[in-house]
Write a protein that binds this ligand. Structure first.
Ligand code: NAP
Length: 345
């Protein structure tokens, strides 16, 4: 049973620089009734993701529209169907869709909505390793970098939701994997649990020259593939170490998302030319038709324990702003997820 009103989080104004908690406001909104072709869903888990920062910049044209200040925020969620007027969806079903986050109840038309099995994997993992971040990792590895056995892969943001899956897919394909992350604990997890070859704590290096030196030592034969999550000195170091015929999957540049003025690009882009490097930007939705291939490869690796994952779990919708801001401060370990309500009512 749905309650007459539910909580939802609104953005009061667009942030300049690092978002502040005071920009977010929790309000009560009326629980809507589903009309024909609609269903009422109750959010169980919601995701916070770095791309949401881009939706807080109405001045920049993007692949996805900016958030409105007049409606609750939205984002990926695992939800339970409460009432359904859509064939194929029944009360009690669990679904993932891309609008259910930041609120307790919402209407879905069942478009881009995927049913998920709570017995196959923990519900929250459909927002991480088995969801959009896992699919992003899989696409960058299998469709762009295509690492061969014995090649060297470098991954920035390696302990995060996307990076940790990239690292482990790289290992599964026989690559030597070097990852960078922002704490000793994250680096230890990467080497001891995720099984990568070398983890570099980038906070130990003051600039691109120092990071380049450490990366060159870890990759004496050069880097064959680079998975870019961070930008800035990471990209510069990767371009210094990339080998002939290298491949770069440009997935994200989180170090730049809160910049108020664009930062100049790395001074060594010219290496792309002389070394015949292919650098390809991508958005995961481009590969949506390959979602079954992703699930067929990653779900068994997860079941066999060959892919491990970490989650930072926040309890309660009101914790979502803190979880979101934490993405840009390195406060989350693995996938940041928020438990909005109980698995079952
Ligand atoms: N192209 C696509 O379709 C697509 C899809 C999903 C995600 N992405 C991108 O992939 C990247 C990772 O996303 P995610 O979901 O996996 O996030 P995440 O890694 O789970 O969370 C963000 C992490 O980034 C690191 N970070 C934050 N600010 C940083 C900085 N200034 N310098 C270095 N590291 C910093 C922090 O870890 P540390 O403690 O290691 O600093 C933080 O935990 C992001 O750039 C995101 O935009 C792209």
């Amino acid at each position: 049973m749905a309650t007459a009103t539910g909580k939802a989080i609104f953005l009061k104004d667009y942030p300049a620089g690092m978002p502040e908690p005071s920009l977010f406001e929790e309000r009560d909104i009326e629980t809507p009734s589903p009309g024909a072709g609609e269903m009422l869903c109750r959010t169980v888990w919601m995701s916070v993701d770095p791309y949401m920062r881009g939706r807080m910049r109405p001045d920049i044209k993007s692949y996805i529209p900016a958030f409105s200040l007049d409606a609750p925020l939205e984002g990926g969620a695992v939800s339970q169907v409460v009432e359904s007027n859509i064939d194929g969806f029944s009360p009690g079903d669990y679904v993932v869709d891309f609008t259910g986050g930041w609120k307790e109840y919402y209407l879905s038309k069942g478009e881009r909505t995927q049913k998920v099995d709570p017995n196959l994997a923990p519900l929250s993992s459909y927002l991480g390793v088995l969801g959009m971040p896992g699919m992003t990792a899989w696409a960058g590895v299998t469709q762009i970098m295509k690492p061969k056995e014995g090649e060297t892969m470098f991954v920035s943001g390696a302990a995060g939701a996307v990076g940790s899956v990239v690292c482990q897919l790289g290992k599964a394909k026989g690559a030597r994997v070097i990852g960078s992350a922002g704490s000793k604990a994250k680096c230890e997890w990467l080497e001891n649990e995720a099984g990568i070859d070398v983890a570099l704590n980038y906070k130990d290096y003051k600039n691109a020259a120092e990071l380049t030196k450490a990366l060159a030592e870890a990759a004496p034969n050069g880097v064959d593939c680079y998975f870019e999550n961070v930008g800035g000195m990471h990209l510069e170091a990767a371009l210094n170490c990339i080998g002939f015929g290298g491949r770069i999957a440009l997935c994200g540049m989180i170090s730049q998302y809160n910049n108020q003025k664009p930062e100049p690009g790395p001074p060594n882009l010219v290496n792309l030319i002389g070394r015949g490097v292919m650098a390809r930007g991508f958005i995961v939705s481009e590969y949506i038709d390959k979602a079954m291939e992703f699930a067929a490869e990653v779900a068994p690796l997860l079941m066999q324990g060959k892919i491990k994952f970490q989650e930072s779990v926040y309890e309660g919708l009101n914790k979502a702003p803190e979880a979101f801001i934490g993405l840009f401060k390195g406060e989350n370990f693995g996938k940041a997820v928020i438990r909005v309500g109980p698995d079952n009512l």
